[in-house]
Design a protein around this ligand. Sequence first.
Ligand code: PMP
Length: 431
Amino acid sequence: MSNPIPLHSRHRAVLPDWLTLYYERPIELTHGEGRHVWDAEGNRYLDFFGGILTTMTAHALPEVTKAVSEQAGRIIHSSTLYLNRPMVELAERVAALSGIPDARVFFTTSGTEANDTALLLATTYRRSNQILAMRNSYHGRSFSTVSITGNRGWSPTSLSPLQTFYVHGAVRTRGPFAHLGDAEFTAAAVADLEDVLGQARGGVAALIAEPFQGVGGFTSPPDGLYGEFREVLDRHGILWISDEVQTGWGRTGEHFWGWQAHAQNGPPDILTFAKGIGNGMSIGGVVARSEVMNCLDSNSISTFGGSPVTMAAGVANLAYLLEHDLQGNARRVGGMLLERLRAISAAVPAVREVRGRGLMAGLELTKPGTDTADPEAAAAVLEAARAGGLLLGKGGGYNTSVLRIAPPLSLTVAEAEEGAEILEQALRSLR
Ligand code: PMP
């Protein structure tokens, strides 16, 4: 029997108020194919955001569907206590791709749990609960990860179990170094890091950073900045954790991992990943040098992390990504899309900046002619794009005034063009 109360009202009545939903009339997605999704009213949308959330390659990718259903039909079990073939296979591939020497991989169920595990490792390895994190960052929603999240809009408690110091350097458009060129910006951020280290008492365990901030509004420092940081960190024995939850798997086009734009002094000690690797199945994970990974001196398991079904999805999805060179696609199609977005935005005074890499593009909206963030404009564009058949994301600091674009990595040129046109109409509808 169907329940006459609208789903949105039922959602509101039973789920927490702080669970974010987009749109005045939230969308109930029913199915997807390729780069498109459909809602319960039969509307079809080009998905310019699901790529970062879950769908790294394509919606309903037959290779992943087959792998999942075959594995589900055989056995779904825990990844602990017994050998698990797809988990070992995915770990081998991820270890080889990670760029971390002597790598070990631990699978979790989310990015939050991956970062939580990275913190467990770093704090244990260094015997310190002091962490360096970047301003404007987002690292998850657990008790430890909210306390290293610099973006206070996403950090709902300040009762931190860690001692966190926030470092400048991830945001170019605002803050004390905004006016500086690349080299000066990097030097100022390194000086800030040294200053913060001077204030920390005793050893610091690790620095955690997203090479290209996701929730924070797709902002990135100059290439090489984290490599310069690494040199300072090395002098103190501090670990570098690269949170690749949004930047991994070739999304940025030029590199397979975000850290590779900062590689002059070697890879990070710990890398975390999640989101799209399972193409919608819940996979997160941590890669670390074995010396760091094996520093825990008692057992630690994740019952569902590495479940055979999610691992089968990961193996199939990663194989597809590599065989079809979706990193190259992100570079080519993303580059064209960025150019097109820059051209469109030049004629729209509300767009202060278009920035991005590969298939990761952000449009920062401000009140025309000022630096004042304009979250209302971002919300209005999101609604107008939806009406035109395009799903976008939002993000950016305290005010969600950055439109975020992160489609599945198989986006075609025609689809990029289609999305850009809808977005242009939506931006032009701003008053
Ligand atoms: N790190 C980053 C950079 C993220 O963007 C997110 C999710 N937005 C997380 C960690 C947390 O991942 P999850 O939502 O899977 O816990």
